[in-house]
Design a protein around this ligand. Structure first.
Ligand code: HPA
Ligand code: MG
Length: 226
């Protein structure tokens, strides 16, 4: 399925690299909501693998910033599953290492995709006052990063609130040729430039209720197109 190589961003470990020719697992090997049978082509990253990788990212994060209280900024809607599981693993690791770390969770909602295409602008459509970030260690938690343009704009937005430090955890980073923005400090998986759904990632709001990360089928793209 994959190998692990240094990240193009930082030279640090950049996540599990899924190669261009990885077809995913046959649907027959896993369970998934029956209503999506025709709409997905393969199971690209099984839920269990996502969880195991997230546990390891939680440890990296704890090793780096686990001595200070943290504000986790969850990027909705796609980031809600990853954020929730990541925070759970961070809490378990705190308990197991007898650390008393306060982890506060805030939310911001962005939208930049229609169908499977990126739209030009970043829309921040749900954000309360983020002045709680001032002077804090902030961990932005995002499901997927491709060109990094959205992330760059978000970082600029967050930095205006003068946090002490900002780190970014991204579950997926897409291998695209036109990287223009910022890439995450912590990466779960580096994937080819394909449209994936599930584990809270959507196609026009569908597929968020799928546990695995899957490749959408042509039938699915047409069925849920707007
Ligand atoms: N799937 C869902 N949402 C996304 C993707 C994707 O592959 N890329 C950017 N937003
Ligand atoms: Mg989306």
């Amino acid at each position: 399925m994959a190998e692990c190589v240094p990240s193009r961003a930082t030279g640090m470990e950049g996540g599990i690299v899924i190669k261009d020719d990885w077809p995913g697992y046959s649907l027959e090997l896993f369970t998934y909501p029956e209503h999506y049978r025709e709409d997905i082509e393969s199971v690209y990253i099984p839920h269990g693998v996502i969880m195991d990788r997230t546990e390891r990212l939680a440890r990296h994060i704890m090793d780096d910033i686990g001595d200070h209280d943290m504000v986790v900024l969850c990027v909705l809607k796609g980031g809600y599953k990853f954020c929730s599981d990541l925070v759970e693993f961070i809490k378990v690791q705190c308990r197991n290492s007898n650390k008393h770390l306060e982890t506060r969770v805030e939310f911001i909602r962005l939208k930049s995709y229609l169908n499977d295409q990126s739209t030009e602008d970043l829309h921040i459509i749900g954000s309360q006052d983020l002045s709680v970030l001032r002077g804090k260690n902030v961990l932005i938690v995002e499901a997927i990063v491709d060109t990094g343009k959205t992330m760059k704009a978000l970082l600029k937005h967050v930095e205006a609130f003068e946090p002490k430090m900002v780190k970014v955890a991204g579950l997926l980073v897409k291998r695209v040729s036109n990287v223009v923005g910022s890439l995450p400090d912590y990466v779960g998986f580096e994937i080819p430039n394909r449209f994936v759904v599930g584990y809270a990632l959507d196609y026009n709001e569908y597929f968020r209720d799928l546990n695995h990360i899957c490749v959408i089928s042509e039938i699915g793209k047409v069925k849920y197109k707007i």
